[in-house]
Design a protein. Structure first.
Length: 131
């Protein structure tokens, strides 16, 4: 087979799917004071960075001990990372920081399709507020 029968995919190249991750506590603290939307499975916080900060979309994930033990927190964060990976390359805005906060008893148990739909809805709400 020479590969001519292969169909092109309608996806992003693998490199663009990699989002910059927030790692420093001050970044999370600045996002805490920014606009937010509470959804059933998570809370989404969005902060517009100053012009002298880095470009691109940055995202952070956090789950407190209220979410559960380490296994439950890790599962919740894995689900949040995946919905962000799927939605933010297309719907995230350049120059913004997004923080997804896991919710007790919900982030790990809500159907994945509902989490995805809720993230898109939350982004639309926050982007409408930021205009």
């Amino acid at each position: 087979m020479d590969g001519t029968a292969a169909t092109p995919r309608e996806t992003h190249p693998a490199v663009s799917l990699r989002l910059t991750t927030l790692k420093n506590r001050p970044d999370f603290q600045r996002a805490t004071r920014s606009p937010r939307v509470a959804m059933p499975g998570f809370i989404l916080q969005m902060r517009k960075r100053t012009p002298n900060e880095a470009e691109g979309v940055r995202v952070g994930f956090t789950c407190s001990k209220k979410v559960g033990n380490a296994v439950a927190r890790n599962r919740a964060k894995r689900r949040l990372r995946e919905i962000a990976r799927l939605a933010l390359p297309d719907r995230g805005r350049d120059g913004m920081d997004y923080v997804l906060v896991g919710r007790q008893g919900a982030t790990a148990s809500i159907p994945f399709s509902q989490l995805q739909a809720d993230l898109i809805k939350a982004l639309d709400i926050l982007h409408g507020k930021s205009k």
